[in-house]
Write a protein that binds this ligand. Sequence first.
Ligand code: C5P
Length: 400
Amino acid sequence: MTSPLHGKHILLAMTGGIAGYKIAELARLLVKAGATVQVMMTEAAEQFITAVTMQALSGRPVYTSQWDSRPANNMAHINLSREADVMLVAPASADAIAALAQGRADDLISLTALARRIDACPLLVVPAMNREMWAHPATQRNVAQILADGATVIGPASGDQACGEVGDGRMLEAQEIFDDVEAFLAPKTLRGKKLLITAGPTFEPIDPVRGITNHSSGKMGFAIARAAAEAGAEVTVVAGPVHLPTPRGVKRINVQSAQQMFDAVLPLAAQQDVFIASAAVADWRPAQSHEHKMKKAEGGVTAPTIAMAENPDILAAVARLPQPPYCVGFAAESEKLAEYAEAKRRRKGIPLIVANLGPATFGRDDNALLLIDEQGQRELPRSDKLSLARELIQDLSKRL
Ligand code: C5P
């Protein structure tokens, strides 16, 4: 997996909060993605989770004091901030945010945040606190101040709190923080661009309990949506029935049938820079959908004949707009991949088609892609779908 975190150095600064236990998992995820993680902890953070745990997970001794005599120059706050690509304060307590807002320097973390080079080492802050503390005007004033000073605030989430109350202020889950940090570090090759993506299958009802659908997990389309959002684009996904979480920062419109997908896509398409049709749209639908369940005839064996009607071709319709976005189609074939896909590209009148072997990818987490345009072909060898999506987005950003 090619993560934007690979080779990056993260200064993970923990302040006091019960959410500290989630940071153990976050450290693991960051290390697994190929980042190096240097942990620093305040005295309060050590009340919740030990430095031993964090050292074991990060593989580096943890710093807990500005008076730590290990650095030869005795300047941990300078050394640690100079080698970091990003300083991530998580959990960030109300007190830590107040210290950052005021530019205090009375513990290792606030001192390091103040001493870092603002341009070279951006500050990411992940709040974690009781909802009343979060909602307090003093905290809101402090958050507004650190934002104005250039920090990025990740979260907080809303929901059940450790104190038993329910509301805003709880820290995001480790995976969500990880996704945001990864997105933050990704090259912003699509900043300012708008992308519309269809994903998943469509479902064409026969009656209230039956329908016709296609094989498609939506995983490729959702991976593309995530990669595009990471690259800084404004992303909308129109999704058929799939059970996938919406990538962070992506707008999602859920639909069922091809007609509904068409109706959702067409009004948005003209304002987009790119349209990527990764959905497996059913070519036909039952000409009429029965209001009630069709019953088997009593004792009879005659199967019904279902008359079919053709669905609108969403991609072709977008490609025919007077000023179409850059259109990317998908072709799932079971043989003669390049030949059939190129024929499809021409038939639909689109500049780029992404071909894959359907049976070798349906429902799987990996895939192999063949990009075909007017000039020729480019192979993206078998890999996990997110890595392929990132390569596709990099390729796409060069075409725009
Ligand atoms: O026409 P065919 O299904 O073979 O082409 C596949 C490509 O066209 C995919 O990009 C798919 O999302 C898109 N498509 C569409 N609307 C349809 C059928 C296919 O957008 N009704």
